[in-house]
Each structure stands twice: as C-alpha cells, then as structure tokens.
Design a protein around this ligand. Structure first.
Ligand SMILES: [Zn+2]
Length: 84
C-alpha cells in the first residue's frame, strides 16, 4: 500500500474571484502511471464538474458557472509552497 500525500491547494475563480482551499491527496509512489489524484474536500462555492485522477484534467465548477481545470487555475497560498 502506497502512502497518500495530503495537502491543501487554493482554488480561485478567474471570473468571479471566489476562492477557497481544497483538501486533496495523491499516491506517494513515483512508479505509478498516475498520481491517483483525489479532491477530498471541496471549498464552498466549488464543485466537481468532471473527476479525474490527473489534476490537469480534473475539472472544477464554480458557483458562477465558470469551469476550469484544477491544476491550471489554482494558486499556492502565499509562502505555503516550498520551492524545490
Ligand atoms: Zn466563479
């Protein structure tokens, strides 16, 4: 059993400015074909449009109707992400 990597990431809608932190998890195993990406907790105002185990294909819908991929429009919290 691979360990799960858990972290939170800020979602921000570019249309209405709604934002919040999603709690997500991925498999901590580099040999897997995909990271087994999952959103465990969606922030208020956002919902799943299309689930995917790839964060670049995981589509989020905002309460204003805007849809965007999890990876593309998300932003790290200020100072919250270590620079590798
Ligand atoms: Zn919005």
């Amino acid at each position: 059993m691979a360990a799960r990597d858990r972290y939170s990431r800020k979602l921000e809608c570019s249309r209405c400015g709604n934002s919040g932190f999603a709690e997500v998890s991925e498999d901590d195993n580099p040999r897997r074909q995909n990271p087994g990406f999952l959103v465990d907790e969606m922030p208020a105002g956002f919902s799943d449009e299309r689930k995917s185990n790839d964060p670049a294909k995981y589509m989020i819908r905002c309460r204003c109707g805007s849809v965007f991929p999890f990876k593309q429009k998300s932003h790290y919290a200020p100072g919250g992400e270590p620079r590798a």
